[in-house]
Design a protein around this ligand. Sequence first.
Ligand SMILES: Cc1ncc(COP(=O)(O)O)c(C=O)c1O
Length: 333
Amino acid sequence: MPRVQGCITPAVRLPPIFLHISLPATLGPGHKAQDDTEFYDMSHIAYVNGRYLPHNSATVHIEDRGYQFADGVYEVALIWNGIPVDYSGHMVRLWRSMDELRMKAPMSPAAMTVVVQEVVRRNLFKTGIVYIQVNRGVAPRAHPFPSGDVKASMVVTAKAFAGSSDAMAEQGAKVVTARDIRWERRDIKSVGLLANALARQGAAEQKAYEALLVKDDGTVTEASASNAWIITADKAIVTHPTTNAILGGITRQTVMKLAKDAGYKVDERPFTLAEAKSAKEVFLTGTTTFVMPISQIDDQPVANGAAGLISLDLRKRYRNYMESLDAATAWNV
Ligand SMILES: Cc1ncc(COP(=O)(O)O)c(C=O)c1O
């Protein structure tokens, strides 16, 4: 039976407090903020290690290794009009992250999908994000992995979120630069995000949408929570290759395919901040970013300071792709 989104089914009995707060509505695009955090709404029901709980009473153990060592991995996937975008790609990357850290999955991909669908259903939105976190588990604090059969812990939350705004995209967003001080396994989607958070805080303080992360040799790896791209004078679309220096974005993968299908030339190679500053266009990609044209880097406009036309074309193609996804297969893993 198809799942009905947006109404409370008899199986979901919400505590009385929920009668007094407004439910998350699908948020429309169209506001001007440079920082997209204001789009986020509260997640109402969370899954925590086998239980569905009201968000404000969902807690984890103080000796969870995710808490003590950032010994955990995560995914954020977009649900667009009730349909997940590139869900299988997110699951493949989650399993890869666990494998790279020799972490045992708490359940099969199919079982996890049932949980994810249930959390999405219980949070009563049509467009939003689902967050999945898997930690190595609970054990007395010690650096080596716990011996014995410690079960991985798992949390899933979901909330209404419209994604980056079209109004901002049409203007182009501002980014600032920050030194890339992260560890050398950025290909793993680890919850160890302090360096990313510091960079993003710097961006927020300068009223910028994102922070481009720059290595000491001048290479731009990516941004704090999105992948970075430039378009050169000869219209080549350039982005860092998927090495250990960046997170291989799921949106990056899809946008790359859409760009190639549209006949654009795509080059996977590192580029420098100097190249970005003199590029024809700069844009970012990410699950909640979609494709975001960049019109300013630090105090300098990109080209004429307007959103790039190819970037906007790719944003449109990505939106069409999201609209085209098939509910019958979108949850396949
Ligand atoms: C560091 C980093 N790079 C890139 C991305 C974009 O990845 P995706 O397109 O899978 O959201 C993210 C997403 O959170 C990220 O945190």
